[in-house]
Design a protein around this ligand. Structure first.
Ligand code: SAM
Length: 318
């Protein structure tokens, strides 16, 4: 740390400044973030109302400066305005709704365009929900993989989870309350119910809560609360610990294949799982065929049982 720089705010250099803002608690903002919001020539934000509110909480005057909206839906229109300001040698502060811009938030396109045009891009680091959750989860922190939001549909979700199943790192997912149960159910099916896991919700806010256990116990808890009429609410991060070393065997292959076979052909499932888990395609194809046969056998048995019941009922009726 440079002590002289800690004394007084510096002039804001030209370029694009990516400013992290609170994920809940309004005081979770760095002194430098406040300096940049106070001193930048132009402020751009995913939501202009939110940044105005944040500036007002911290007594930062707008001072006649423009506040430009920049988000996924207007990037084509708003981007050139911001790039023009950068080309004039001005400083532009960009903030997303919460936390760090570009982390499951807009800004990537703007950064790419600014870099392509040769403008400086500066980080003004601060809160990120993924890292805040990782620090309190109690899961390994030496290696982690941020997976963002899982796909909304089950097939896509299971495919993504299969790709991640063997990754030897703590997995971090963002999730909303409406899909948490389905997400945990798919995690249990694909990653395994026994994998250690944590769910951190409403971090730094009044109703902050961290649930710790396994994927299976978290799923049970989420279901229990829904049944009791007090479903889990708010913003949440789900973290799943790395697979146990012994898990990288038959059980994991079977789980991955079962998930793949639920939405793909035997051939595609085998290719997908073999490539994802880095295993020989031929061996996995044999396994997939065997599983499909067993599945079919079970379905046929069920039909036969059904017939028997029907026949008995018929005979009795006769
Ligand atoms: N850019 C943000 C960041 O740096 O973390 C993430 C924005 S993303 C659109 C919103 C998601 O982040 C939420 O759905 C939730 O998964 C997670 N999140 C944001 N704030 C949170 C909080 N206070 N507690 C738990 N999760 C949070």
């Amino acid at each position: 740390m440079d002590e002289t720089e800690a004394q007084a705010p510096q002039a804001i250099p030209p370029g694009l400044h990516l400013v992290a803002t609170p994920i809940g608690h309004a005081r979770d903002i760095t002194l430098r973030a406040l300096d940049v919001l106070r001193g930048a020539d132009l402020v751009a934000a995913e939501d202009t109302r939110r940044v105005r509110q944040l500036m007002s909480i911290h007594a930062i005057p707008r001072a006649g400066r423009e506040i430009v909206a920049y988000h996924d839906h207007n990037a084509v229109r708003a981007g050139p305005r911001l790039l023009a300001a950068l080309a004039e040698g001005r400083s532009v502060a960009y903030v997303s709704d919460a936390g760090t811009p570009l982390v499951a938030d807009p800004g990537h396109r703007l950064v790419r365009e600014a870099l392509a045009a040769g403008h400086p891009v500066h980080a003004v680091p601060g809160p990120v929900a993924a890292i805040a959750a990782l620090t309190v989860a109690g899961l390994p922190t030496d290696r982690f993989l941020f997976a963002g939001f899982l796909p909304a549909k089950e097939a896509g979700r299971r495919k993504t989870l299969t790709e991640l199943a063997a990754v030897p790192a703590t997995l971090i997912f963002y999730e909303g309350p409406h899909r948490i149960e389905e997400a945990l159910r798919d995690m249990a099916a694909v990653l395994g119910a026994a994998r250690p896991a944590a769910l951190a919700r409403e971090l730094t806010k009044r109703h902050e809560e961290v649930l710790r256990g396994s994927v299976g116990t978290l799923l049970e808890e989420v279901m229990r609360r829904r049944r009791e009429g007090r479903p889990l609410k708010g913003e949440m991060v789900v973290l799943v610990g790395p697979p146990a070393a012994k898990e990288a065997g038959e059980a994991e292959i079977e789980r991955a294949l079962a998930a793949a076979l639920s939405s793909m052909s035997v051939k595609d499932s085998a290719r997908f799982v073999a490539d994802t888990l880095n295993l020989p395609r031929k061996r996995i194809y044999q396994k997939a065929l065997e599983m499909r046969r067993q599945e079919k056998g079970r379905a046929d048995d069920k039909d036969d049982d059904g017939d028997r019941v029907d026949d008995t009922a018929k005979a009795e009726g006769d």
